[in-house]
Design a protein around this ligand. Sequence first.
Ligand SMILES: Cc1ncc(COP(=O)(O)O)c(C=O)c1O
Length: 354
Amino acid sequence: MDLSVGTPVDPVPGVVQDALRAAADAPGYPATHGTRALREAAAGWLARCHGVTVDPDAVLPLIGTKEFIASLPTLLGCGPGDTVVYPELAYPTYDIGARLAGADPVAADELPPAGLPPRPQASATKTTASAPPGPVRLVWVNSPSNPTGRVLSAGQLAGAVRAARDRGAVLASDECYIGLGWTAEPVSVLHPDVSGGSFDGLLAVHSVSKRSNLAGYRAGFVTGDPALVAELLEIRKHAGMMMPAPVQAAMTAALGDDAHAEQQRSVYAARREQLGSALDKAGWAITHSEAGLYLWASRPGHDCWSSVDLLAGAGILVAPGEFYGPAGAQHIRVALTATDERVAAAVRRLSTLA
Ligand SMILES: Cc1ncc(COP(=O)(O)O)c(C=O)c1O
C-alpha cells in the first residue's frame, strides 16, 4: 500500500478528457499567455470559489506548478547573496529553486522585522555559508501546507504579506491544496482580508493537478501583481515555456466545472476519515492535517524512521517527515491518494498494529 506520494489515482474527469480530445488538432504554436478562455476560466474560478477578483490578463499558465516553483527565483533575478525564504517544513522544490538560482535557501516560518537577517532555527537552516544570509528577495508561503496540512489564517497570511513588503521582497503563495479544507477554510493570499486590496509584490500559484486529477497533463497558473506577472510572461515567452494548446483547453474545462471537483473532494474526505481513524487506533496521533491530501502523524516513542519501518513491516509505505525538514523528524506523512481498495487494505493492515 503506497501512501508515500501525493499523485492522483482517480480518473481524469470526462468533461476534461472531452475538451482535450476536441483540441487535439493543434498544429500551430500556442501562446505563452494562454487563450483568453483559459485566463477567464482561471479568474472565474478564483472569484466563484475563493472570493478573489483578478484581471484575466494577469493570469499566466504554467506547465504544472513545479517548474514555476523551481524557476521563480531565477526568473526574479535572484542570485548569489540573495535569500529565498520558505517554510520550515516544506515541499522540497522551494529549496531547489533557490539553489538553482545560486541564492541562499533559508527555512523559516517567520521573518524578523526588516533590517535583520532571517534567523531560522539552527537545525532548520539550509544555508551552509558562515556569513549571515543576504537580503530577502522572495518569501514562499504554502497554505494548506504540504506536508503538515496546516492552514494559515487570514491574519497570519496578512502578517507574512506585511513582513515581505517591509523588506521589498516578493511573497509567493503556493495554493495547490486550497480547495481541500477539512476542518479549516483555506484563504488565498489575494483575498482582500489578506492582501488589503493591493496585489503589490504578491503572487498566488494554483495547480489543477489535485483538484481535477490532472497531474499527468501538467497544468497550473500564477496570478497576482499585474506588473510582476507581465515581467514573468515576457521572460517565459522567450524561454519557450508554453502550455500545449490541448492542455490549455483541458484546463479551461477543468476550471469551469466544479461538479467533478466536489465529487473528488468527497472521495478524499472518505479516505481521510478511514485512514485517520485507523492510524489513531493503531497508536499514531494526527497533528494539523486540517486541509490538503496528507495526514501528518507521530507515534510516541518512535521517530519518523522507526514509524516508517513499523508500517513497512505491515506493507504500508509512508514518507518520513525528515524529508520535508529537520522539524519533521518525529512525524510521518500519509497520503490520501490511493484507490479505495488500497486504502481499505491499508486500514486492515493498520488494525494488526493496534
Ligand atoms: C505544495 C506543492 N506545491 C506544488 C506541487 C506541484 O504540483 P504540480 O506541479 O503538479 O502543479 C505539489 C505537488 O505535490 C505540492 O505538494
